[in-house]
Unconditional design. Structure first.
Length: 238
């Protein structure tokens, strides 16, 4: 593969931090977007940006930082990893402003970045949405999160039908990973999330993947010839 550069969201912790480390290990320069910076790394250019603020993201995309960073790349990777679980609970308990913030971060930001990367004049553009089984199965208390991940899945399906030259896209469920989000799930009030015991059992039975292992598998798939053959996939099956 020719010169590869990446754009990554939510790199400051969890799976995003592990993906950033894996990109660095592979020598892939990365432009990383998150509310908070992480420790500086080789080949890592960081942008402090609240991705739930769609106006701020639109203003940043109208600038030239991304285009300047990606100049000279033959292959551009976009990894839409940033996301949030809240609000959790029955519909009537969800604050409208929390709903708006979650949809802005989980849906609007990835779709905006995907459109921007699709327009980059590189021979190959590969767009990966980090999705979830919650996008394919409805869970009580997770109406907003499920809807957001389902939106990413359907976006990938529709975008793939464009058959744009040099563009591959996949909405990928990475499996259950031992991150802060899983800790939030296990700490949830059972009244808000009745399936909490199922996720507690996964932790107790050692069935959670580590962020580092997941990042290695995710990058291997993203860079493979198979990426984009199916617009919606599960990392455990590829």
């Amino acid at each position: 593969m020719d010169k590869v550069k990446a754009v990554l969201t939510g790199h400051s912790r969890g799976l995003g931090a592990a993906i950033a480390a894996e990109l660095a290990a592979r020598g892939i320069p990365t432009l990383a977007l998150a509310r908070n910076s992480a420790a500086a790394g080789e080949g890592l250019e960081q942008v402090e940006l609240d991705l739930s603020d769609t106006a701020a993201l639109a203003k940043w995309l109208a600038g030239d930082q991304m285009a300047t960073f990606l100049a000279g790349a033959g292959t551009v990777l976009l990894i839409n990893n940033a996301g949030m679980l809240q609000p959790v609970g029955p519909l009537a308990t969800q604050a409208p402003e929390q709903v708006a913030r979650a949809i802005s971060l989980n849906v609007a930001a990835p779709l905006m970045l995907a459109a921007a990367v699709a327009a980059v004049p590189a021979a190959q553009r590969r767009i990966l949405h980090v999705s979830s089984g919650a996008g394919r199965n409805a869970y009580p208390g997770w109406a907003v999160y499920c809807a957001g991940k389902a939106a990413l899945d359907h976006h990938a399906r529709a975008a793939a039908l464009d058959n744009a030259p040099g563009l591959r896209i996949c909405s990928l469920a990475p499996g259950v990973i031992d991150t802060d989000m899983q800790a939030q799930i296990r700490a949830a009030d059972p009244a808000s999330f009745p399936l909490r015991e199922r996720f507690e059992a996964l932790k107790q039975q050692g069935q959670l993947d580590t962020p580092a292992d997941c990042a290695r598998k995710l990058l291997r798939f993203l860079l493979s010839a198979d990426f984009g053959q199916q617009p919606v996939a599960d990392l455990r099956d590829v």
